[in-house]
Every structure is written in structure tokens, then in C-alpha cells.
Design a protein around this ligand. Structure first.
Ligand code: TNX
Length: 510
């Protein structure tokens, strides 16, 4: 690997001397004053400028995963500035990616920016991709074209050493209450990637709709996907379409966690296959927002045969290590039946080499330490999880629910967990929920009862999800609301350029 790095550096030294001949007077800029979100671990300014312009080239290690990261950056630079870095004839400044295995922590990267070169070091393409987001954010929104004949985007010089505090920085999207198209999901993922979000949890099934094709049980989508909350048209992903989402996320180094919610939240499945139903009532299609009335029949072997098929088919399409079984609000499942169910489903999930995740209620079952509880509501369940040596994901509803209204003016959203304005969303400490080793990270769920379009989705998600991205990445000592709100104000331009319908909260000076 060292050899690689040296080979790459040779042309760079040649470039350094070229650039010295250029008579450009850069304005001095301060790297510590840039608007990067999430705030990096360490930023050291050296108060000079790197000129990104039509004479900048990009050099990357010769390997497919790295080349993809390089292409991603090239495309984003072109979108932001109009510069085509693939078409650089005479190069004066160079962006260089170097594979450096000394940066051994996952997702850790280093940027060394001087007048002539911007060097990104990382151990692998995933970590480089995180560093690329920082590079994108360091490029000013507009060029400083008064100083030269061609536009120049001046990036401040210095060093950034960065890595995340938590390995899991995610958001969940509920596509069951209202369905969102592959295109909508892709648009969302691309913006999430800019904030170094690395987990996309997709809530694929609920009482109102079943949203993923299962080849061995075709009625799930033939019958179970036809509507949603409020009686709209519904929809589902074919397996190919689901794969398209998984692949698109993977290109952004985002892992997809599929969720099939059970034994409650299963009306749409029982509507398709009545034998699954355990609540003793006749099943009808539901389009209301009610929760807690449905359950699988936990004492029937055929139900577990069904679950085995569902977990097998979805796991085969999902390269990530997790399978989310829901497990929340199973209010009509008897306690002993619930525990029996969760214990048995854990074995099925493990059979397909996945780790079980469930909403915090699953911690009441006899789960192994390999399984994970997603804490949304119950301190007690969190403690049960810790007693079982399980890791937890933090999604406390009062702080991290993207489907809560911001305030009394909010057009969409619920309010059972309270209003969550942009500052409340940011001002809490994941660190206070448990030791950093016991907590995988932070995930902000976006339940879909009140949102039907991508604009409505974006209104609830942005800007709050950006704050959750910082809570997951940045250490507590590096976080401050005052700094964050100033940095966030500068992201309005990015959001507008990308056509994101964010909520323009008055708490931010957009
Ligand atoms: C509770 S949070 C639910 C969801 C609803 C959500 C609405 C959780 C695990 N279950 O079924 O959509 O509230 O905010």
C-alpha cells in the first residue's frame, strides 16, 4: 500500500512546482470557520487557499470501489460548480485520494489541504466516501471569480482529522402507511449521504400496507399493498426495485436495514393470508391510523414457515448484517405468546445469518447478546437490553421522531410525543443513555401516517435529520447548538440547490 501512495505522490510533486508559477493571489481563509456538518473531530487551519478550478485534477487509487468514490465527487463538483474535472488539460492543483491503512478506525479519514493539493487519506472506499462529503462541503457555494480570468472556488487550507463517534447513524422511513417510489427514496438517500448518514432502515410492512414482493407468498402484495392511510393507492417494490434501492444506498456507503413488523402491525399480511391472524376477528382492509389491534397467531407452526420464507427472501436481497422484526405495540398478543414469538423469530433471523433488531419491547424476550434493541419509548426495556448484554440504537420519540410536528404551525406530523422544534431535536445527549460501547448509535424514524409526497417527507425530515447526523457523528465536546445553528444556516443553499423542501424554521437564520 505504501508503494501505491508513493506512486501517486510523484506526479503531485511535479504539480506543486507548476502551481508556484501561477500568479494568483488567494484570499486567506480559515478552515475552522467553514460550515461542515457533522462537525469534524479535529480541524487545524493554516490560513491559505486551495484553488478548485478548471485546472484541478483528481487522482485516485486504481481500484473499482475507490474509482466509484472519485466519480461521485467529480459528479457532485460538476453539479455544484459546473467544473468538469475529467477534462482537465493543464493541471495546477490536484485532489488526491490515498489508501492509508494507518487510519485503521472505521470511516476515519484525514484531509490535508495546502495551496496546491488536497489530499484525502483513508483506509478504504467507505471512509474515503465520508471524507468526500467534507470536501464537498468545503467548496464554497459561489466562485470567487473577481481575482482571475476563470472562476475559482477557494477551499481553505489546513488539516482535518475525523472519525465518527458512533458506527450507526441512521434514519428510518415508513413506506407502509404511505408508499414512496424508488425515485423518492433515491433522492432522499442522496441528501442523507451528504451528512454521513450510513444506515437506512426501511419499514416495509404495517397494518395498512405490505410493500415488498415475496415470491413465495404473492398475495402479500397482490392483496396487501393496495392502499394505505387515508385510502390512497398504495404500492409496493418488486424485488428488483428493492434491490435497486439497496444498490443505490450501497453506492453511497449506506446500509439498508429491512423491517418486517410483527407479531403486531400485521393486518395487511393477515388480510392476504387469513391463517396468519391471531386476534380472533375477521380481517378487513384498514386505512385508519389506529395501532395495536393486529397480531399473528404465535402458536401455529405454519406462521413460522411463512416468516421463514419472508426472512429468507428479503435477507437474500439485503447484504447488510441486520434484519429488523419490529415487535412494537403488539398490544393484543399475550405476554407469554409475545416472548415465545420473538424467541422463535430470532432463531429464524439467525438461520439466515442476520442479527435481529427490534423495537425496545423485544428486550422483554430471551434474546441473545447478538440481538439489538431500538429504544424508542421505554427506559425499562433499555435496561433489560443492557442486562442481556444487547446493544441498543437510540430513537427516543420525544427527541428523535421525525414525524412529530415542529410546532403549532406544522402542516404535517403527529404530536403524541410532543412538538420537536429544531433546537429540541439537537439538544440532547445520546451519551446520557449508556456508555459509548453499549450504544450502536442514533436513528431518527420518520413514520408516514401524515405524509404522502416527497415534499411532505422532506418537510418533516429536513432540517432535523441533519442534526441527528451530527449527534451520531460528533463527540459531545465538539457539539454546540450555537455553532450548529450557524453552520446549518449555510446549508439552506445546498438544500435549495438540491430541491429539498425543508422546513424553514425561524430558529435558523437561513
Ligand atoms: C408508534 S414507534 C409506532 C408507529 C407509529 C408511530 C407514530 C413505534 C415503534 N411504533 O407504529 O407510526 O408511533 O409516531
Amino acid at each position: 500500500m505504501k508503494l501505491d501512495a508513493r506512486l501517486l505522490l510523484l506526479p503531485l510533486f511535479a504539480l506543486l512546482s507548476c502551481n508556484a508559477n501561477r500568479d494568483i493571489n488567494f484570499p486567506t481563509t480559515d478552515l475552522t470557520l467553514t460550515q461542515v456538518i457533522p462537525q469534524p473531530l479535529e480541524v487545524i487551519a493554516s490560513n491559505d487557499g486551495f484553488a478548485l478550478d478548471q485546472h484541478t485534477s483528481l487522482t485516485v487509487p486504481d481500484n473499482m470501489a475507490w474509482r466509484n468514490v472519485g466519480e461521485y465527487l467529480i459528479n457532485k463538483i460538476e453539479f455544484k460548480t459546473g467544473l468538469d474535472l475529467t477534462n482537465t488539460s493543464k493541471t495546477y492543483t490536484d485532489i488526491v485520494f490515498i489508501k492509508d491503512e494507518r487510519l485503521e478506525d472505521d470511516e476515519s479519514y484525514q484531509l490535508t489541504i495546502s495551496k496546491d493539493s488536497l489530499v484525502l487519506r483513508a483506509k478504504d472506499a467507505e471512509a474515503a466516501f465520508r471524507g468526500v462529503q467534507t470536501i464537498r462541503q468545503l467548496i464554497p457555494e459561489s466562485s470567487n471569480d473577481t481575482l482571475s480570468t476563470q472562476p475559482i472556488w477557494v477551499i481553505p487550507t489546513g488539516i482535518i482529522n475525523d472519525k465518527p463517534q458512533y458506527e450507526h447513524r441512521g434514519t428510518m422511513l415508513d413506506v407502509a402507511r404511505h408508499f414512496f417510489s424508488v425515485e423518492d427514496v433515491k433522492k432522499y438517500l442522496d441528501v442523507l449521504a451528504y451528512y454521513k448518514i450510513n444506515v437506512f432502515h426501511i419499514h416495509l410492512t404495517d397494518d395498512q400496507g405490505w410493500r415488498i414482493e415475496i415470491k413465495s407468498w404473492p398475495r402479500l402484495t397482490e392483496v396487501g399493498s393496495l392502499t394505505g392511510v387515508g385510502g390512497g393507492p398504495g404500492g409496493f417494490y418488486t424485488q428488483e426495485e428493492y434491490k435497486e434501492i439497496v444498490d443505490y444506498a450501497a453506492e453511497r456507503h449506506i446500509m439498508v436495514i429491512p423491517e418486517v413488523d410483527m407479531p403486531g402491525h400485521t393486518n395487511s399480511a393477515s388480510l392476504a393470508y387469513n391463517f396468519l391472524n391471531g386476534n380472533g376477528k375477521e380481517i378487513e382492509q384498514v386505512t385508519s391510523m389506529a395501532v395495536g389491534y393486529s397480531t399473528f397467531d404465535t402458536r401455529k407452526d405454519t406462521v413460522y414457515q411463512f416468516i421463514d420464507d419472508v426472512v429468507r427472501e428479503i435477507s437474500a436481497l439485503s447484504p447488510g448484517p441486520y434484519f429488523h422484526i419490529g415487535g412494537d405495540e403488539s398490544l393484543v398478543t399475550k405476554e407469554e405468546d409475545y416472548i415465545y414469538f420473538v424467541d422463535r423469530v430470532e432463531k429464524i433471523v439467525e438461520l439466515y445469518d442476520k442479527r435481529l433488531i427490534g423495537w425496545d419491547e423485544v428486550a422483554t424476550a430471551n434474546l441473545s447478546s447478538n440481538s439489538v434493541a431500538q429504544v424508542w419509548n421505554s427506559e425499562e426495556n433499555k435496561e433489560l437490553a443492557f442486562q442481556k448484554d444487547m446493544k441498543v440504537i437510540l430513537s427516543p420519540a420525544k427527541k428523535a421522531y421525525l414525524d412529530m410536528k415542529y410546532d403549532t404551525d406544522s402542516k404535517f406530523g403527529l404530536r403524541w410525543a410532543g412538538y420537536i422544534p429544531v433546537d429540541t431535536a439537537y439538544l440532547w445527549s445520546p451519551e446520557s443513555y449508556g456508555s459509548i460501547d453499549d450504544v450502536l448509535g442514533v436513528e431518527a424514524p420518520l413514520w408516514g401516517e401524515t405524509i404522502r409526497t416527497i415534499d411532505e417527507l422532506e418537510y418533516l425530515a429536513f432540517p432535523r435529520v441533519i442534526g441527528y447526523a451530527e449527534l451520531g457523528w460528533t463527540t459531545q465536546e465538539n457539539r454546540s447548538w450555537n455553532s450548529y445553528k450557524k453552520r446549518l444556516a449555510h446549508h439552506g443553499q445546498f438544500l435549495r440547490r438540491n430541491n429539498v423542501s425543508y422546513y424553514p424554521s425561524e430558529k435558523i437564520d437561513w
